[in-house]
Design a protein around this ligand. Structure first.
Ligand code: GLY
Ligand code: MN
Ligand code: MN
Length: 439
């Protein structure tokens, strides 16, 4: 499974069309990250760079020239010795053909070429702020062009760009609406992530360590070709579930506790992001079940509301009202649903949003607001839906509720008239989870 060349070409063409003859855009590959001495962290390509190229190597630059309407790649040279130690590199010639660029050169040449590319353009688009070291180099070249252009007699024909524009303002709206190739990747990331949650449910028993469950999850990801998780897996037994980003995963699972697992595979750079909550011993206690059913109702009602034209704030409120009503029914909150929403008293038990865009990044780009208004859902947008309730062992809380932390998270893609849940194959009803855990 691979994103087709056509998608990368059409995304680049869209940028070339948008920046027009007065614009030039430049993007940098992600830098390698040193772990220690001569050992690196696994390389992960920059999401924007990948979105426009699929090119998987570090030390690469893309230049999109709006006047010439060309896309050019600069990449590492072939190097037999280095490839013996560190693996295959495309080199410019193969990269040009394989990734459909109009031209490709050695990475050692981009600084020789860049001043010609930016001269006489009005706008220089880049992902300013993403890689500050590259910003500085680019500014150096802009400055040089600006200085030397100013010294030329025909100044009106020889100018440096007078606008440095954030390229993410063009790329984020594109990335917000996933194309057909991206939906295939996200569906697969969801499917693999769901398999991992199923495996985790099958392996969970009292006395196990949280990291042993994490091992089962990573096993399933890798086994299906997702080498890395999309984010650090949260495997949180008992009170640890009330810490939203608990990733220590080092405690022993206790009989009678719940286990919250928030784990998603990264497949071909696309993220899955699933949370399931299960009873460590395979059976929910009556109180755990009651709280679970409230969170599940919020999850299901908000997924049912996802369709084109809906606004995210309304979907958020559907879930919020169900959660707050539940907290009132449990006598954990006093007063009315509206009153508690107004005062935000619920935030003691539900302190995060209902979801986020998911795509090349687990917390994907795009924003929820546009010109002061909530973004309306459109086909191709992909969001998580992840209501939760987190009840700490505080003195004013009845003991039966202590350390109940529940989140139920799915990944849904907006379709023409509703949505498709890419993570539906991970069981989430009380009966389905208990049946799976009984084996
Ligand atoms: N796994 C991170 C999140 O759910 O936002
Ligand atoms: Mn999430
Ligand atoms: Mn998550």
């Amino acid at each position: 499974m691979r994103t087709t060349m056509k998608s990368y070409l059409s995304r680049r063409q869209h940028i070339l069309d948008t920046i027009g003859k007065d614009g030039v855009a430049i993007l940098f590959a992600a830098p390698e990250q040193r772990r220690s001495n001569d050992t690196e962290f696994p390389f992960r390509q920059d999401s924007y760079f990948h979105y426009l190229s699929g090119f998987p190597e570090p030390e690469a630059v893309i230049v999109l020239d709006g006047a010439a309407q060309t896309s050019t790649l600069y990449c590492r040279d072939k190097d037999a010795l280095d490839e013996t130690w560190h693996g295959f590199r495309y080199g410019a010639e193969a990269a040009q053909t394989e990734f459909g660029f109009d031209a490709a050169y050695s990475i050692n040449q981009w600084r020789e070429h860049i001043e010609d590319a930016i001269l006489n353009k009005r706008q220089l688009y880049a992902l300013w702020g993403l890689y500050p070291e590259q910003d500085a180099i680019l500014m150096q070249h802009w400055h040089h062009v600006q200085q030397s252009a100013g010294q030329r007699a025909l100044a009106e024909y020889s100018r440096a760009p007078d606008a440095l524009v954030d390229l993410s303002t063009l790329l984020n709206p594109m990335r917000l609406i996933k194309d057909a190739d991206e939906l295939i990747m996200l569906r697969e990331a969801g499917r693999i992530s769901a398999l991992a949650h199923i495996r985790a449910m099958q392996h969970t028993h009292p006395g196990m360590k949280e990291f042993q469950i994490e091992a089962e999850i990573l096993h399933e990801f890798m086994w299906h070709g997702a080498r890395y998780p999309a984010y650090n897996s949260i495997v949180a037994g008992g009170k640890n579930a009330c810490c939203l980003h608990y990733v220590d995963n080092k405690d022993t699972l206790q009989n009678g506790d719940l286990l919250l697992i928030d784990a998603g595979a990264e497949y071909q750079l696309y993220a899955g992001d699933i949370t399931r909550t299960l009873p460590v011993n395979g059976t929910f206690s009556p109180v755990q079940k009651d709280v679970y059913e409230v969170v599940l109702a919020a999850n299901e009602a908000s997924i049912a509301a996802v369709k084109p034209g809906m606004n995210w704030a309304d979907i958020h409120n559907i879930a919020l009202r169900i959660l707050v009503q539940g907290l009132i029914d449990f006598k954990l909150l006093k007063g009315s649903v509206d009153g508690n929403i107004e005062s935000r008293a619920y935030s003691r038990f539900y302190m995060h949003g209902l979801g986020h865009w998911v795509g090349l990044d687990v917390h994907d780009v795009g924003g929820r607001w546009h010109e002061g208004k909530p973004v309306l859902l459109q086909a191709g947008m992909c969001t998580t839906i992840e209501p939760g309730l987190y009840i700490n062992a505080d003195d004013d809380i009845p003991a039966a509720f202590h350390n109940i932390g529940i989140r139920i998270e799915d990944n849904v893609a907006v379709t023409a008239n509703g949505c498709e849940n890419y993570t539906a194959s991970a069981p989430k009803s009380v009966n389905d989870i208990q049946a799976l855990m009984r084996g």
